[in-house]
Write a protein that binds this ligand. Structure first.
Ligand SMILES: Cc1cc2nc3c(=O)[nH]c(=O)nc-3n(C[C@H](O)[C@H](O)[C@H](O)COP(=O)(O)OP(=O)(O)OC[C@H]3O[C@@H](n4cnc5c(N)ncnc54)[C@H](O)[C@@H]3O)c2cc1C
Length: 501
């Protein structure tokens, strides 16, 4: 019988490295040795504070205490993303991440978004049937307090978090019990002549051996590059190539937005992510259309205050052609990078580890081939989803003119043409192995609705052709809208909830 490798060596102690260590440790029995090699001389990326619901699912799945995590990572609740000025200046739309179809649809592994289709046909805001849309808007928490003082969840959906990356890293490290830690800088690898597999890492602390190596060295890609992986750039479809992170102070009593703000600007967009103590922000922009000084001045004008950039990072969106070569698997920034518009990075790492652990842990050549196919598709689908966000009415700057003319992909155009004839449905998306969370119709609908890209006449024709379904969808939409609108004011205020932990 095939067995998983006995000794996993993870190189890199950023979020990806410690997530990999934690998930391996939680899944494999203690007989397997896990080593994390991290270099105190090389800093972590130090940004990346918004997650998706998968992070919470992972915490719950491993039985961790969510409240302890919220406290120690100085985390806040995220119900979704508020997209400002993307469709046109002065317009905003919300992308709540709860899927109302989960509670209304009869058991089916791939339900159609019939509540969304009904809402579109009826000319209603799709977000109205989402509990998270109300909680987000009213700056609430996902819990209410009962008369006996205990907390009761507002609904069955998983919210996401924003967190302080350094604090979350510390938490992950502390939870990864029984993991050997080595402080060393890896400078090279030695490989077996015939198979090309890694036999040892060459580091400033000497040789480090193992059976299977996970490259989490961030943008350096120390191991996987030496194994011969190539970078496939998404630069033709994603227009931004620099990121200027900065922090803003948040007053002790200021309310904390339980959502990420993605605010379109003249040459890109600004992210705003609250942790309990500060607002993590950054301008992701294209240096073909502005300079770093102009970018800073533009943000200061937008916010009406001075900022102190912590960095100005050159970014290249894309992925490896093969994330797994021989006995080396790349994760996190070592394997891919996408602008953080839908917080796909930490999400991608968790799902990749889930797929690795549940389907490919024996680490055969076939496993590597299958995993590479999955990882490539996951990333290409993320890229496709992000590209869709740029379908805008804006033409007010040369950046937005160029986006409209040069950056909207053929796939985006083809999908939008299809969705002028039929409503988006599960048949337009391919699920991941094991049904793991992915960018499918439930995430597309709020974005398409927000950007004005759904066709009401098509939705009406769809509903008219299915009168029984229409009746059910109407009843579901009415019930959810009424219930959630009435329930939201009972939820605790976001700041009050976090303080109470
Ligand atoms: C501008 C920006 C914004 C982002 N926003 C988000 C977001 O909102 N949501 C999200 O999900 N993700 C976001 N990300 C991505 C997110 O930051 C990363 O997915 C996450 O932090 C994981 O990073 P990492 O562990 O792969 O790399 P890093 O944090 O860079 O860690 C690399 C580690 O490798 C070690 N190392 C490197 N080379 C060597 C070597 N030779 N030997 C030994 N050790 C080595 C370093 O010491 C470090 O510990 C963002 C990224 C950027 C650039």
């Amino acid at each position: 019988m095939l067995k998983p490798p006995q000794h996993f060596v993870i190189v890199g102690g950023g979020t990806a490295g410690w997530l990999a260590a934690l998930m391996l440790r939680q899944t494999l029995p203690d007989v397997h040795k896990i080593t994390v090699v991290e270099s105190s001389k090389i800093p972590n990326i130090g940004v990346g504070e918004g997650t998706t619901a998968v992070f919470r699912q992972m915490l719950k799945g491993f039985g961790f205490d969510e409240f302890e995590f919220l406290r120690e990572a100085e985390a806040t609740i995220k119900f979704g993303i508020r997209h400002k000025d993307w469709r046109r200046l002065g317009h905003h739309y919300d992308g709540p991440i709860d899927d109302p179809h989960l509670v209304m649809e009869p058991a089916s592994s791939r339900p159609q978004s019939y509540i969304d289709i009904f809402s579109c046909a009826a000319g209603r805001r799709l977000a109205d049937t989402h509990l998270f849309a109300y909680l987000l808007d009213q700056q609430r928490a996902p819990f209410a307090r009962k008369t006996d003082g205990s907390l009761v969840p507002m609904g069955p959906y998983h919210n996401a978090y924003h967190f302080d990356q350094a604090k979350a890293g510390e938490w992950l490290r502390n939870k990864s019990r029984g993991v050997e830690k080595i402080d060393a800088q890896v400078n090279g690898i030695t490989r077996e002549k015939e198979s090309g597999k890694i036999t040892a890492l060459i580091s400033d602390a000497g040789e480090i051996t193992g059976d299977f190596f996970i490259d989490c060295t961030g943008f350096r890609r120390t191991l996987i590059s030496a194994m011969g992986a190539r970078w496939i750039s998404y630069a033709k479809e994603l227009p931004v190539n620099r990121a200027m992170p900065f922090w803003l102070d948040i007053g002790e009593d200021e309310e904390l937005t339980p959502y990420t703000t993605a605010w379109a600007q003249g040459a890109g967009w600004l992210w705003m992510i609250p942790t309990q103590k500060r607002m993590g922000c950054g301008y992701v922009y294209s240096d073909h259309f502005t300079t770093p000084d102009q970018a800073q001045a533009e943000i200061e004008k937008t916010l009406g205050r001075k900022i102190e950039p912590r960095n100005d990072i050159k970014i290249d969106s894309g992925r490896l052609d093969k994330a797994w070569i021989g006995n080396c698997l790349a994760l996190g920034l070592a394997s891919s990078f996408l602008e953080p518009l839908e917080a796909t990075s930490i999400h991608g790492t968790i799902v990749q580890m889930m797929v690795f652990l549940s389907h490919h842990i024996n680490c055969t050549t076939k496993d590597a081939d299958q995993y590479n196919g999955f990882a490539a598709r996951q990333l290409d689908d993320f890229k496709q989803f992000i590209n869709m966000h740029y379908v805008s009415e804006r033409r007010d700057t040369s950046f937005w003119q160029s986006v409209a003319q040069d950056f909207i992909s053929d796939e985006t155009k083809s999908r939008l043409a299809t969705w002028q004839r039929k409503m988006p449905g599960w048949e337009d998306f391919s699920p991941l192995p094991g049904g793991f969370a992915h960018t499918e119709q439930q995430l597309y609908y709020p974005v398409l609705d927000g950007l004005g890209l759904l066709n009401r006449a098509v939705a009406q024709a769809h509903m008219e052709s299915l009168p029984d379904l229409r009746k059910n969808a109407k009843s579901a939409a009415d019930t959810l809208t009424e219930e959630y609108r009435a329930a939201a004011p009972r939820a605790l205020r976001h700041r009050e909830f976090l303080k109470s932990l």
